[in-house]
Structure formats: C-alpha cells, structure tokens
Write a protein that binds this ligand. Structure first.
Ligand code: NAD
Length: 487
C-alpha cells in the first residue's frame, strides 16, 4: 500500500488538514494506497517555500540547473523498472507501453530541457548605424503552477516541470489525483538530483480543491495546464482578472483522413494503433476515421479484423497490448457513449461488450473492448464530443474537399493524421486542416524541438522546445544608446 506525501520546501509532508483520498488500481478495482487531500493551506505553505527559494534559484547558472535535470533523468533511468510497474499499476496501461513510451519519454523530457536551456539565448537587435543596442532579456517568471492529467502521468508531468525549472522558476506541481504515484516517486529524488529546498514542490489532491487553490493564488504567476477542455475554460475564467500567463493543452476529437491512394497496410496498422493505444486515452488518438468511399469497405473490414484481435489483458502481463481504462467512472462514461451511439442508430462493428476479466486478479477491473462504430451523422454527439476511450467512428468521403470539411467539423483542433502517397495532396490537406499538429503517413512521432499544442477548443499556447522556455520566461526589452550614428 502506498502512502503518498506532498513535497513542500524539501520535506515530504502529510496534508495540513489531514484528509486522504483512496487511490484505486484500474486493473483490479482494489485500493492501492492513500493520497494527501491537500487544501489551500498546503498551497500557502508551498508558496512560502518557493518564494524563499526563488531569489537564489533564479540566479543559479544554466549549467547548474541543467545538471540537476540531468541527474534527475539519470535517477529515472536507474529506477525505470520500478516506475514502469508503478505507472502501469496506477493507470491501467500495459507495462509494455509504460516501458517503451511513458518512462523513457519522461527521462528524455528532463534531458532535453537540460540541453535546451544551455542553447536558449537572449536576443539583441542593433540598427544599421549601431546607434542603439536593444536586447531582450528573458527572465524567469517566479512561482509557476504545473497541473497535469492522468493519461500519461509522468510523461506529461515532466514535460511541464522540466522547462519551468530549467528557465529558473520555482514550481508548485499537481499531478492528477487519479494517477499520482510516479510523480510522488520523482519528488523523492529531487534533493538527490540537487534541487535546493523549495525549488520544486508537489501537492497532491483534488482538482477542485488544491488545483483550484493553485490557480487562484495571486503569487503564482503562470499556470501550465493539461487536461479537459471544460477544466481549461474554468481555469481561464478564474485567472482572467489576475492576468496570469496561461498555457492550456486540452481535449481533442482527432480525425484520421484515409485517401484511396494511401499505403493501405501501413494505414490500417497505424490507424489501429492511433485509435486504441493506451486504451484510446491519449489526447492525440484518432477518434474519427474518415475514409475515401472507393476503399471504405476494404479499409473498414481490415480495421475491424485487426481491432477484434486486440483482447484487453492484465496490464502486468508483458504480452498485453491493451489494459484497463483509468477508473470505474471513466469506464461508465465510455460505455454510456457506446449505448448512446446504438440509440442513435450506429452499427457496432466490433466491441460493445464488456470483455471477460483476463484473470482472477482482474475480476473487478475496468476493461472495455476496442469498439468501432459506423452509420452515425457527422453532427451527432458521438462524432462531436471527446470520448477518450477505445471507441472510434467511421465516416466516408468522396472528395478531398469533403474530407477536409469533415475533418474541420469539430470544435476541437489538436492533431490530424493524413494517409496519402500524393505529396501535393499531403501538403494541401495538412495546410487546410484546423489542427496544431498534422502527421502525414505516421502517428505520434515526436521531436522535442517542435511546437506542441492545439487550436480551437484544444488549447491555447504551445509547449515543446523553445516555445516552452518562452512561456516560462518574461521578456524584458532594454535599449541603450551607444553614442554612434544618429539618434
Ligand atoms: P481534468 O481536466 O479532469 O484534470 C486535469 C488536471 O486538472 C488534474 O490534475 C485535475 O486534478 C486538475 N483540475 C481539475 N479541476 C481543476 C480546477 N478547478 N483547477 C485546477 N486544476 C483542476 O482532465 P483529465 O480527466 O485528468 O485528463 C483527460 C483530459 O486531458 C482529456 O480531455 C484529454 O484530451 C486531455 N489531455 C490533453 C492533452 C494535450 O496535450 N492537449 C494531453 C493529455 C490529456
């Protein structure tokens, strides 16, 4: 049984109010441990600790900050199997996914920003006659809040805290109360990595309590948030009057556009992965599969045949490709959408039933079969609302224009996947699809230098590379005459 603690001012502490939340294992429905139910008093204490640490940390050399992040990354590598097991147990994802994606990418996040800060230079502008020097000094903001979701727990947690710390800020981080274990493990190694007390603080608890208190606190100057669109809208309303800097990475309803001239096998193979990886609980997962009419039957049948072969299994089993969804309430929400789709006239091509438990240990776990739906109107709730589970819909199109219209028929705009071997079409379609990310003939490829984020209801701002370092710094422009040229 885990008994998690907050990290405040370098000390692992219980919540001041003494409240606790049960942490449930998705694969079994059993209790894994207890999580601090932190409140505004804990936020206040963390703000005090961070305020004391900020003057020194903000003046610490890039090299020293970089070394702390590198040592932390090495500690992730050293403890990687323990982190893999914990992430899988806490989230329900297969160990194979945690081992190949979540934990190595979390380590990479720390290493990447350790390097990025050493290349992040302030800019200067000098007119032709050299009469002035203008330079833009990028300063750390101060205390920043980093709030992350449950689907890629350590991966998205480190994606925020690494640039924030590299840039010289003190951080108050809040992982999801549904999957807090790996953030807690990382917090225990902060001192060993070399972070001074108060530079990095972690508060556990409910979003509407401790999350809300972080967002409201006047001395927390920026919020980097990843989570649902409704929560993002609420945070934007809460912080508007305080003019906080906000980065919002929100939900998606991502289209995959499959043209008749695609590499058929590669498109089928990758679309199965982009639809059902992590039980469909990745903000970048495809959820609306748009298929050119001439290949619709063949593509549908191939997709269904492959999806039927995915059998949800015990996440601990090395051979498992699909694990449990994250909670009972999330399972019920996803099943509710499937039921509603049936009532709206959908044909359920595969899925629909709650599968038998993979073994005795998992008898009370939260499992859903990959589900493929066809015959739904583009406007219906199933095609418009984010389901965030192993459920996709199929729609057909006749022309490139119709494909783009269908893709853009959404309030969301996070990621689109385009399958075609026509290079001209690939670029044409990518430029017209309303999304922050477009993958052509691939999916989930990442280069940490590229901007990451969405448009429309999928978010505001970009993470990744220098975009993240810009977010976590305030530019100040300074101009000084040189005595040369004309003034
Ligand atoms: P959520 O919005 O319920 O919670 C996200 C985080 O916000 C949690 O830590 C939660 O405790 C906290 N929170 C909730 N209410 C809050 C409040 N009032 N003030 C401050 N914090 C609050 O989202 P979730 O269910 O954990 O995650 C799933 C959602 O995240 C999906 O919509 C998914 O698309 C989205 N997501 C987006 C991206 C992206 O990069 N765009 C990545 C992953 C997940």
């Amino acid at each position: 049984m885990f008994h998690l603690k907050n990290l405040i001012g370098g000390e692992l502490t219980d919540p001041q109010g003494g409240g606790w939340i049960e942490n449930i294992e998705p694969a079994t429905g059993g209790v894994l441990g207890q999580i601090p139910r932190s409140q505004s008093a804990d936020v206040e204490q963390a703000v005090q600790a961070a305020s004391s640490a900020f003057p020194t940390w903000s003046q610490t050399s890039f090299e020293e900050r970089s070394s702390c992040l590198r040592r932390w990354g090495a500690l992730i590598a050293q403890h990687s199997e323990a982190l893999v097991a914990a992430e899988s147990m806490d989230n329900g994802k297969p160990v194979s996914l945690a081992r190949t994606v979540d934990i190595p990418r979390a380590q990479k996040n720390l290493e990447f920003f350790a390097g990025a800060i050493e290349h992040f230079a302030s800019e200067s502008h000098i007119p032709a006659d050299a009469s002035y020097i203008h330079y833009t000094h990028r300063k750390p903001i101060g205390i920043v809040g980093c709030i992350s979701p449950w689907n890629l727990p350590l991966y998205l947690f480190t994606w925020k805290i690494a640039p924030a710390l590299a840039a010289g800020n003190c951080v108050i981080a809040k992982p999801s109360e549904i999957t807090p274990v790996t953030a807690w493990m990382l917090s225990q190694w902060a001192a060993e990595a070399g972070f001074p007390k108060g530079v990095f603080n972690v508060l556990h608890g409910y979003g509407h309590e401790v999350g809300q208190a972080i967002v409201e606190h006047p001395r927390i100057k920026a919020i980097s948030f990843t989570g649902g669109t409704q929560t993002g809208a609420h945070i934007a309303r809460t912080t508007a009057g305080q003019f906080k800097k906000l980065s919002l990475e929100l939900g998606g309803k991502n289209p995959a556009l499959i043209f008749a001239d695609c590499d058929f096998d590669a498109a089928v193979r990758t679309t199965v992965r982009s639809s059902f990886a992590n039980q469909g609980q990745i903000c970048l997962c495809s959820s609306r599969i748009l298929i050119e009419e001439s290949i619709y039957p063949a593509f549908r049948d191939a997709l269904v045949a492959k999806a039927k072969r995915i059998v949800p299994g015990d996440p601990k089993d090395a051979a498992t490709k699909m694990g449990a969804v994250v909670s009972a309430s999330h399972r019920d929400k996803v099943l509710g959408y499937i039921q509603s789709a049936r009532e709206q006239g959908a044909t359920v091509l595969c899925g629909r039933e709650v599968p038998p438990a993979p073994n005795e240990r998992c008898a009370n776990g939260f499992f859903i079969q990959p589900t493929i739906l066809e015959g739904l109107d583009a406007e219906c709730s199933i095609n418009q609302e984010e389901i965030f589970g192993p459920v996709i819909t199929l729609q057909s199109f006749r022309s490139e224009t119709e494909a783009i219209d269908l893709a853009n028929n959404s309030t969301y705009g996070l990621a689109a996947t385009i399958w075609t071997q026509d290079v001209g079409r690939a670029h044409r379609v990518a430029s017209q699809v309303e999304s922050g990310i477009a993958w052509i003939n691939c999916w989930l490829v990442r280069d940490l230098r590229t901007p990451f984020g969405g448009v429309k209801a999928s978010g505001v701002g970009r993470e990744g590379g220098f975009e993240a370092l810009r977010f976590f710094t305030e530019p100040q422009n300074v101009s000084i005459p040189t005595g040369m040229g004309s003034h």
